[in-house]
Design a protein around this ligand. Structure first.
Ligand code: SAM
Ligand code: SF4
Ligand code: SF4
Length: 364
């Protein structure tokens, strides 16, 4: 007998269920640290047209690297099925990521399938996307029409030379900015993510802040994280959220903004002169595992419970082996209820010797 805990609205109820029992619709599932399952991040490909040094260094992701064959990837129908079951267990938000998700052919068809799903309370799922922006100008209208709620675009510098160094690509900053403009024009709210590597692109913090003030787009600064095993991560290259904030506040006075919901990853601040909002994602200096409500589905259908996990739980075998939705729900519930992950809080302790998964495989 495994113990599976659910809560409905604010009333908490613990029930004991056999691993094969499907949970009741409408009740949200809790993990071993009483964190509900709210967000599902779905990586739709492990391929990318960039080689960001902190994510897919070219020395490793070169001609000899074997990417997944197409047949190994979950189909759109399989992804939608997992998402539909996950929505019954509490998932409210889906984020499509990668690799570069817009490299997956006809991604808008998947968005459309996911946007039709709803929670047991009848609320449509929020479907969002994280992209490097290179194909966004071309795709934004179709994505919006398909039901995408909003988009996050990664951009680590405004200076072309620095952008080339960060992304290890020949793509111009202009092309990404165009993607952002078109997305906004078709009605997609846009957030911009900037990974900061101290001593490399930290000189771009202020130009980025100046550029996106009064733009209507929220700029979020991400501390360089020790994800994966290939990016040569080094603590000396981490500029903390507090240091980033200090630099911006020295030029533009800032005021804190209350978190919008449990599990929000960014510390939010607004410019005192109504210039808009910024966010700080401080996984290194201020871990937020206590409120982490995210599960991650890899391109070939493994469910990971933490960005820093070394092992996933295979769902593809179930999906392709004729399992019914009830069986898949019970498996998901069993996996989530046993979840105890809190890597960022434990970081540095001698317990994490295992190889970690790569960011380009599981998404941010
Ligand atoms: N290719 C898309 C993109 O770049 O937006 C989606 C996938 S990418 C893995 C998702 C996010 O992870 C990006 O915003 C990226 O900057 C961030 N990221 C990747 N490696 C990181 C690292 N080592 N530390 C912090 N953020 C990282
Ligand atoms: Fe590609 Fe995104 Fe990783 Fe950069 S961060 S290499 S764009 S997956
Ligand atoms: Fe969530 Fe793992 Fe990140 Fe902690 S380290 S916030 S548990 S993904």
């Amino acid at each position: 007998m495994s113990k599976v805990i659910f809560h409905a609205d604010s009333r908490y109820a613990a029930i004991a269920a056999a691993p094969s029992a499907a949970p009741g619709a409408g009740a949200a599932l809790l993990d071993a640290r009483r964190r509900p399952l709210r967000d599902l991040r779905i990586s739709v490909t492990d391929r990318c047209n960039f080689r960001c040094t902190y994510c897919m260094p070219r020395e490793v992701f070169n001609a000899h690297h074997e990417f997944m064959p197409h047949g190994a990837l979950l189909s759109f129908e399989e992804i939608t099925r997992v998402a539909r079951v996950a929505a019954q267990l509490g998932v409210q938000k889906i984020r499509l990521t990668g690799g570069e998700p817009l490299l997956r052919k006809s991604l808008e068809a998947l968005v459309e399938m996911l946007a039709r799903l709803s929670t047991p309370q009848g609320r449509p799922l929020e479907v969002t996307l994280t992209t490097n922006g290179t194909l966004l100008a071309k795709k934004a209208q179709a994505l919006k029409d398909a039901g995408l709620s909003r988009v996050t675009v990664s951009l680590d510098a405004l200076d072309d030379h620095m952008f080339e160094r960060m992304s290890d690509s020949q793509v111009s900053v202009k092309r990404v900015l165009e993607g952002i403009d078109v997305a906004a024009r078709v009605g997609l709210p846009v957030k911009v993510n900037m990974v900061v590597r101290k001593g490399l692109n930290d000189g771009q913090i202020l130009p980025m802040a100046r550029h996106f003030r009064h733009s209507g787009h929220i700029l979020r600064f991400i501390e360089f994280m020790d994800v994966g095993s290939t990016n040569g991560w080094n603590l000396r290259e981490v500029l903390t959220g507090a240091e980033i904030l200090q630099r911006i506040a020295a030029e533009f006075p800032l005021e804190p903004v209350q978190a919008g919901y449990r599990g929000e990853v960014a510390n939010r601040w607004r410019y005192a002169d109504d210039g808009g909002e910024i966010g700080l994602i401080t996984s290194m200096s201020q871990p937020f595992c206590g409120d982490c409500t995210r599960a991650r589905l890899s391109p070939e259908g493994k469910l990971f419970l933490c960005l820093f996990a070394s092992q996933g739980h295979d769902l593809r075998a179930l999906l392709r082996g004729g399992a019914g939705d009830g069986e898949i729900a019970a498996r998901l519930a069993g996996i989530w209820s046993a979840r105890d992950d809190r890597y960022s809080e434990l970081r540095g302790r001698a317990t994490q010797a295992e190889e970690k998964i790569e960011m380009s495989y599981i998404g941010g």
